[in-house]
Design a protein. Structure first.
Length: 295
């Protein structure tokens, strides 16, 4: 089973010819809303790849709460652990350009009120993969890392957006997933070089770094793994990182080893880049299977 503790947002997506420069106002070609949030995106990605997924998080008591959860329900994610709290649902403003690049601003809202003690103890055992990100209260995230690891669960922390966590919490993770910028942040925080071997050696935890068009690399228990990227023409990279983490968790939960799980996650993330949007871009298991056969 995969248990995700993380953010639930409503995304406001602006389709632009080019990203605005500082101080510049540009007109969008189109705007739409779509469910998002790193936690929700990763939960949906894992569920679409066949995972049994439960999400714990929080939404506000406002008009954005229901549309923010539509994608979870349609993907079959268990949302029993999603709590409605006073205040606003999290919102992300996402601006994308013709090259598939994006700029994102997030108002966390209710996500900062998500509480890890809502996760039942009986869900944390050696049959569970716990997936976390950094859009909820870092103190709650750190507490759940300790609880989950002490109960024997594998903890995958996506250190995104990059933010400080206590060193002891980082050391208890089974795998920390970062992109290149997040790897630099983590390296500065712990006093190490930004390559996966150095980060993993310093922390005593597995580290996986995504490298965009250059694929991904990981170091776990001293073993190095590298996987090439799946080549596609990218339209929108908004949910690619979340897709990678969600499918990685689903593949590991099914018993794939780390290199095979990385390969599947890499293909899935590439497919997500070929569609516009957040959760709407996340591929189904059959799409991933077909792309892997043709790779």
């Amino acid at each position: 089973m995969i248990l995700v503790f993380g953010s639930i947002n409503l995304d406001l997506i602006f389709d632009m010819e080019a990203l605005p420069a500082p101080g510049e106002t540009r007109l969008a070609r189109a705007m739409r809303t779509e469910p998002g949030g790193k936690g929700a995106n990763q939960a949906v990605a894992a569920a679409k790849d066949g995972g049994e997924v439960a999400l714990y998080g929080a939404v506000g008591r406002d008009a954005f709460a229901n549309p923010a959860q539509v994608g979870l329900e349609s993907a079959g994610v268990d949302v029993w652990g999603v709590e409605a709290v006073a205040g606003a649902t999290g919102v992300a403003s996402i601006v994308t350009d013709e090259a598939g690049r994006n700029a994102i601003a997030v108002a966390p809202g209710a996500n900062l009120k998500a509480r890890q003690d809502k996760v039942p103890d009986e869900f944390l055992d050696d049959a569970t993969i716990v997936v976390l990100q950094m859009e909820c209260d870092p103190k709650e995230t750190a507490r759940l890392i300790h609880r989950a690891r002490d109960a024997g669960a594998r903890v995958i922390l996506n250190l995104a957006p990059a933010a400080d966590l206590p060193l002891e919490a980082l050391k208890k993770c089974w795998l920390i997933v970062v992109n290149e910028q997040e790897a630099d942040f983590l390296a500065a925080q712990i006093g190490a070089a930004a390559d996966v071997a150095s980060l993993s050696g310093k922390l005593g935890a597995g580290v996986l770094r995504t490298l965009g068009a250059n694929g991904s690399e990981a170091c776990v228990d001293g073993a190095l793994h590298r996987v090439a990227a799946h080549a596609v023409k990218a339209l929108d990279t908004t949910a690619a990182g979340d897709c990678f983490v969600g499918v990685l968790a689903a593949a590991l939960d099914r018993g794939l080893d780390l290199p095979a799980a990385m390969q599947r996650a890499s293909v899935a993330a590439a497919l997500a880049c070929t569609k516009r949007g957040s959760q709407g871009s996340l591929p189904e298991a059959g799409e991933i299977d077909a792309a892997m056969k043709g790779a």
